[in-house]
Design a protein around this ligand. Structure first.
Ligand SMILES: Cc1cc2nc3c(=O)[nH]c(=O)nc-3n(C[C@H](O)[C@H](O)[C@H](O)COP(=O)(O)OP(=O)(O)OC[C@H]3O[C@@H](n4cnc5c(N)ncnc54)[C@H](O)[C@@H]3O)c2cc1C
Ligand SMILES: NC(=O)c1ccc[n+]([C@@H]2O[C@H](COP(=O)([O-])OP(=O)(O)OC[C@H]3O[C@@H](n4cnc5c(N)ncnc54)[C@H](OP(=O)(O)O)[C@@H]3O)[C@@H](O)[C@H]2O)c1
Ligand SMILES: *[C@@H]1O[C@H](CO)[C@@H](O)[C@H](O)[C@H]1NC(C)=O
Ligand SMILES: *[C@@H]1O[C@H](CO)[C@@H](O)[C@H](O)[C@H]1NC(C)=O
Ligand SMILES: *[C@@H]1O[C@H](CO)[C@@H](O)[C@H](O)[C@H]1NC(C)=O
Ligand SMILES: *[C@@H]1O[C@H](CO)[C@@H](O)[C@H](O)[C@H]1NC(C)=O
Length: 539
C-alpha cells in the first residue's frame, strides 16, 4: 500500500513536470532558408533585420516611409484628405496586371495632389510635436545603443526617433547606409516601398512579395511609381499594430472631406494633429476617451477656448481607461457618443453652423474643429483579407503555425524584440526547434484567459524565451541571451510609483521615503514585469 502511494506521488510528480515543460519539435522546411524579407523598419523590424544580417541571411528590409523609425518617425508632412471610412486608403490600391510596371503621376491625376499621393504612401503618422512616452526610458530602449545618461526617463518622441535611427545606423540599416559583405550585393534596406501583397507560391514553396515604391521627382514635379515582385524563403511581418487610422462610420462623416464640395464636415483624425497653436480661441470637439484623446486635449488646453470630449461607455474595466480619463484637462466638457452629423447647409462660418446630434438626443453647435482620436487599425498583410492585427494561430515565438517560414513580431519590441528576433534566426538557420503547435495551455487560453495575459504581459514570456534560446544554443551552438538586468526591474518599480501613481492619484510631495515604501509594494508583483512588456494587449 505504502509502495503504491509512493508510486502515485512519483507518477503525479512526473506528470506535473512533463505537463509544465514546453514541447518542441524540429520544423521541416521545403528547402534551406537563405533569403528573408522583413516588412517594416520600426523598432521591431530593425531588430529582426539586424539579427538576420548578423547571421548571414540575405536580407531585404522594406519600409513604406522614406526613413526608419516606424511609429517614432515624426513628420510634419500629412495628407490633406481624410481616409474614407468604408475603404481605407491602404486597400484602394490596384495592383497592375503585368509586373514590373512603372508610372508617372502629375499634380491632380485621379483627383489627387502630389502631396497627398506621397504622404498617403506612408501614413499614418500618429505623433504630435509635444508627445512624450507613457513608458519609461528603461523599458523603451533598443539594445546596442544607449540613451544619454541625462535623458529624462519620460522621453520626448523626438528623443526616441533619434534613438531608433541610431540603432538603424549602428546596424547599417539607415537610409543610404550601404555596407555589403560581398561586393555589388543588393542593399538590405528599401525605403519608400510598400509591401502591397504577401503570397505563398504553392509550387516553389517561396513567398512572393508585391512591392510599390514611390519617388518624388521634384525637378519635374512628378511622382515615379515602380511596381515589382521579389521572392523569399521566409518573411518577418513587422508592420506594427497601427498601420492605418480608424475612422468610425458615423452618419455624415464623409471621407475626402476637404476635396468634396458642399455638405461635409472637415474632420481630422488625430494622426494629423501636430501643434496646438492653430486651435487658439477655438471650440474643439475631440472624439475618443483613450490616450490620444486625453493627451491631445492636454496639449490644447492652454490654447483652445473650449474642449468638448465625446466619449462612450467603457467596454472593459481595465485601469487604462480610468487613467486616460484622469488625464483630460479640467476644462474638458464630456458629452456622449455622436449619433450623426447633420449635413452642412452653409460653409460661411467653417463648420460652426453645423448640427452634431448625440445619442442622448441633444445637439452640439458652435464647434470650430473636430479631432477624431478614434485610434488605429492594423493590417498584417497575411493571411489575405484578415481583419485582425495578427492571426490566431501563431506560436508564442511569433512563428505562424500553418507555415513557420512566416513570422510576426508581437509584444513590446523594446524589451521582447531582441529575444524574438534571435528566435526567428535560430529556427530558420536550424539551431533551435519550434514549440509544437499543441501548446495547449497557451492555445486554450489564448483569447481571454488569465494565462494568456500572464503569458504575453508577464515574466513568463521572458523565462520562456531565455530558457528556450539558451537550451538551443547549448545543444546547437550560438550565443547565450541574458534576462533583463535586475536594475531595469528596480527602476521600473520606481517609475511605476513616481510617475504612474503620481499622475493618476496625484500623490503630491510623497518624498523619497514614501516612494521606497510604495516601491516595496511592487517587489513581488507581476505588474513590474507587465510594465516591461505591457503596451497594448491586443498586439
Ligand atoms: C501615438 C502613439 C504613441 C505611442 N506611445 C508609446 C509609448 O509611449 N511607449 C511605447 O512603448 N509605445 C508607444 N506606442 C506604441 C508603438 O507602436 C511602439 O512603441 C513601437 O513603435 C512598435 O514598434 P513596431 O516596430 O512593432 O511598429 P511601428 O513602430 O509601427 O513600425 C512598423 C513599421 O512598418 C511599416 N509598414 C507597415 N505596413 C507596411 C507595408 N505594407 N509595407 C512597408 N512598410 C510597412 C510602417 O511604415 C512602420 O514604419 C505608441 C503608439 C502610438 C500610435
Ligand atoms: N505616449 C503617449 O502619450 C501616447 C499618446 C497617444 C497614444 N499612445 C498609444 O497609442 C495607441 C493608440 O492610442 P489611441 O488613443 O490613438 O487609440 P485607442 O487606444 O485605440 O483609442 C481609441 C478611442 O476611440 C474611441 N472611439 C472609437 N470610435 C468611437 C466613436 N464612434 N465614438 C466615440 N469614441 C470612439 C474608443 O472608444 P472604445 O474604448 O469605446 O472603443 C477609444 O476610446 C495606444 O497604445 C496608446 O497607448 C500613446
Ligand atoms: C557569418 O559569416 C562570417 C563570414 O563568413 C562568419 O565569420 C560568421 O561567423 C558568420 N556568422 C554566423 C552567425 O554564422
Ligand atoms: C484647471 O487647471 C489649470 C491648469 O492646470 C489651473 O490653473 C486651474 O486652477 C484649474 N482649475 C480648476 C477649477 O481646478
Ligand atoms: C480577398 O478579397 C478580395 C476582394 O474582396 C477578393 O477578390 C479575394 O478573392 C479575397 N482573397 C481571399 C484569399 O479570400
Ligand atoms: C507629482 O506630481 C506633481 C503634480 O504634477 C508634481 O508637482 C510632483 O513633483 C510629482 N511628484 C513626484 C515625486 O514626481
Amino acid at each position: 500500500m505504502a509502495l503504491l502511494k509512493v508510486f502515485l506521488v512519483w507518477l503525479s510528480f512526473i506528470l506535473s513536470v512533463s505537463c509544465q515543460q514546453a514541447v518542441f519539435e524540429t520544423p521541416t522546411f521545403h528547402h534551406p532558408i537563405r533569403r528573408v524579407a522583413v516588412v517594416g523598419a520600426g523598432p521591431a523590424g530593425l531588430q529582426a533585420a539586424a539579427k538576420l544580417v548578423e547571421h548571414n541571411f540575405t536580407v531585404r528590409l522594406f519600409e513604406r516611409a522614406p526613413h526608419p523609425g516606424g511609429n517614432w518617425l515624426y513628420s510634419e508632412e500629412t495628407p490633406v484628405r481624410e481616409p474614407y471610412p468604408d475603404k481605407p486608403v491602404d486597400q484602394t490600391v490596384e495592383i497592375p496586371l503585368h509586373l514590373p510596371a512603372t508610372r508617372y503621376y502629375n499634380e491632380g491625376d485621379d483627383g489627387l495632389t502630389l502631396n497627398d499621393r506621397w504622404t498617403e504612401h506612408w501614413q499614418p503618422r500618429p505623433l504630435w510635436d509635444s508627445l512624450h512616452t507613457n513608458s519609461p526610458k528603461v523599458s523603451t530602449e533598443l539594445p546596442d545603443v544607449k540613451y544619454d545618461q541625462d535623458t529624462p526617463w519620460v522621453l520626448s518622441n523626438h528623443a526616441i526617433q533619434r534613438h531608433v535611427r541610431s540603432y538603424a545606423s549602428h546596424h547599417c540599416l539607415n537610409l543610404n547606409d550601404y555596407c555589403p559583405t560581398t561586393p555589388g550585393a543588393p542593399p538590405v534596406t528599401v525605403y519608400s516601398t510598400r509591401v502591397e501583397k504577401v503570397e505563398k507560391d504553392a509550387e516553389t514553396h517561396t513567398w512572393v512579395l508585391t512591392l510599390r515604391r514611390l519617388e518624388r521627382l521634384r525637378e519635374s514635379q512628378r511622382i515615379l511609381e515602380e511596381w515589382w515582385t521579389e521572392i523569399f524563403d521566409a518573411v518577418v511581418l513587422a508592420t506594427g499594430p497601427y498601420t492605418a487610422p480608424h475612422v468610425p462610420d458615423i452618419d455624415g462623416i464623409i471621407g475626402w472631406s476637404k476635396v468634396t464640395q458642399g455638405g461635409h464636415y472637415s474632420v481630422y483624425h488625430s494622426q494629423k494633429y501636430r501643434h496646438p497653436e492653430p486651435y487658439a480661441g477655438k471650440t474643439v470637439l475631440i472624439v475618443g476617451a483613450s490616450v490620444s484623446a486625453s493627451e491631445i486635449s492636454r496639449d490644447l488646453a492652454p490654447f483652445a477656448r473650449r474642449i468638448i470630449a465625446s466619449i462612450r461607455p467603457p467596454k472593459d474595466t481595465t485601469g487604462a481607461r480610468q487613467r486616460s480619463l484622469s488625464r483630460f484637462p479640467n476644462i474638458t466638457e464630456f458629452v456622449p457618443e455622436i449619433a450623426s452629423f447633420e449635413p452642412l447647409t452653409d460653409h460661411s462660418n467653417g463648420i460652426r453652423n453645423g448640427k452634431i446630434h448625440l445619442i442622448d438626443g441633444s445637439v452640439l453647435q458652435g464647434i470650430d474643429e473636430i479631432i477624431l482620436a478614434t485610434g488605429f487599425r492594423g493590417n498584417p498583410l497575411f493571411p489575405p483579407n484578415s481583419t485582425t492585427r495578427r492571426p490566431e494561430n501563431i506560436h508564442w515565438t511569433g512563428h505562424y503555425v500553418p507555415d513557420p517560414t512566416l513570422a510576426y513580431t508581437i509584444g513590446r519590441p523594446w524589451t521582447m524584440g531582441r529575444y524574438q528576433s534571435y528566435g526567428f534566426v535560430k529556427v530558420w538557420e536550424g539551431s533551435a526547434r519550434l514549440p509544437t503547435a499543441k501548446d495547449e495551455k497557451f492555445d486554450d487560453n489564448r483569447k481571454s484567459g488569465p494565462y494568456w495575459r500572464d503569458m504575453w504581459l508577464g515574466e513568463e514570456l521572458f523565462r520562456r524565451y531565455i530558457t528556450w534560446l539558451n537550451d538551443a544554443s547549448l545543444a546547437h551552438g550560438g550565443r547565450f541571451v541574458e534576462p533583463p538586468p535586475i536594475e531595469t526591474v528596480e527602476l521600473l518599480k520606481y517609475y511605476a510609483v513616481v510617475h504612474l501613481l503620481n499622475n493618476t492619484m496625484q500623490l503630491d510631495g510623497i518624498g523619497s521615503f514614501g516612494i521606497s515604501m510604495l516601491a516595496d509594494r511592487f517587489r513581488d508583483e507581476e505588474s513590474v514585469w507587465k510594465g516591461l512588456v505591457d503596451e497594448d494587449a491586443d498586439w
